[in-house]
Ligand binder design. Structure first.
Ligand code: 11C
Length: 346
């Protein structure tokens, strides 16, 4: 069976990866509709050798659509996802608009695929930095339990979209020419202050909340609890933007419930997990990096060490392509699961 698929935000950093992923997975598409905001409408794109003109998304765009992949910002999702659902489409939403809505499943298929079943037309794709962390923690938690996570992130500029990538390029060139750096976008569009990202590190991703954490940090905290169905797990996060293009890296400290667990047991658990690849051989300097993970759909884990003071504590280094497993790949996996399990009907 073939399905009518719409990609909203088709020209964006994630949208283009959605098309690449649909192609790579040979997704069963009958008709493909590429949608965007008014600004990008009219753009020409190619998919599997065929040319498409990107159309401005309206509520009527979703007539006859079976599956709609949304990645055009939270405001657009709030406005158009209910319209798409009203017209019979199932929406996989890659924005933060519905993630914490109790009626909307928040899914990383390797972790909580069954949650998709209870959807009411919308399934939320978690934040990229959350996805790779929970994918790496799932096999550990399943075998040894998990009481606490402390994460610090090293996040790529592509998480902030194509314009941020342009800003990094321009600033890097200016820096190397000894010119003044123009900062107009990062850390957050519309904020009071901008800082250069080139040759820098910005400890702010998204806006600050009243509790002093940024929204990105709160996403990691709240989404982890929701995906794992466990409000008691303690999570703390510090999210930092660094000047590279693709893949987020994370230093993750995890406390398991069981005593006496060994590094070897953790390595075995990770090796056996779906979608997670162990790259951990310190003797031969083997560990993942943002460059080595870029373009690949898996989550890579290395540098596994036991804490020197806490028998239940472990440190891991987790890296994944933020636009693939962190966004497009995970969304298309959800769409595949809807089909495979016959869960498209609400
Ligand atoms: C970043 N994690 O790297 C963000 C991008 O909630 O889907 C993804 C934002 C989101 O800036």
């Amino acid at each position: 069976q073939l399905y009518n698929v719409a990609v909203l935000g088709a020209t964006g950093a994630v949208g283009t990866k959605m098309l690449e992923t649909l192609d790579k997975k040979n997704f069963p598409i009958k008709d493909l509709l590429l949608l965007s905001s008014k600004r990008s409408a009219g753009a020409e794109m190619e998919f599997q050798g065929k040319k498409y003109t990107v159309q401005e998304a309206t509520p009527e765009s979703f007539e006859n659509i079976d599956i709609a992949l949304f990645s055009a910002g939270g405001g657009v999702s709030k406005q158009l996802a209910p319209e798409a659902v009203k017209r019979g489409a199932v929406v996989v939403d890659n924005t933060s608009a519905y993630r914490m809505d109790p009626e909307v499943p928040l899914v990383v298929p390797e972790v909580n695929e069954e949650d998709i079943k209870s959807h009411n037309g919308i399934i939320a794709n978690p934040n990229c930095s959350t996805i790779q962390m929970v994918a790496a923690l799932k096999p550990i938690r399943d075998l040894f339990g998990m009481s606490r996570v402390i994460v610090s992130t090293y996040q790529a500029v592509s998480g902030a979209g194509n314009e941020a990538l342009d800003e990094l390029r321009a600033q890097s060139e200016a820096f190397l020419q000894g010119e003044d750096l123009k900062a107009e976008l990062l850390p957050v569009t519309g904020e009071k202050k901008y800082y250069p990202i080139a040759f820098n590190a910005l400890p702010q991703i998204d806006v600050f909340q009243e509790n002093g954490y940024t929204f990105e940090e709160m996403k990691m905290i709240n989404e982890t609890k929701k995906i794992m169905h466990d409000d008691t797990v303690q999570v703390a996060a510090t999210c930092v933007r660094l000047p590279f293009f693709t893949s987020h890296a994370e230093s993750v400290y995890v406390e398991v419930d069981k005593s006496g667990v060994t590094v070897e047991q953790l390595k075995e658990a990770i090796s056996n997990a779906e979608g997670v690849v162990l790259e951990d051989d310190p003797e031969n300097q083997v560990y993942p990096t943002p460059l080595s993970a870029a373009g690949k759909p898996d989550v890579f884990v290395g540098r596994i060490r036991k804490d020197l003071d806490n028998d239940k504590g472990f440190h891991l280094w987790v890296v994944s392509d933020n636009l693939l497993k962190g966004a497009a790949w995970n969304s298309v996996q959800i769409a595949e699961s809807l089909i495979k399990n016959n869960w498209l009907q609400k």
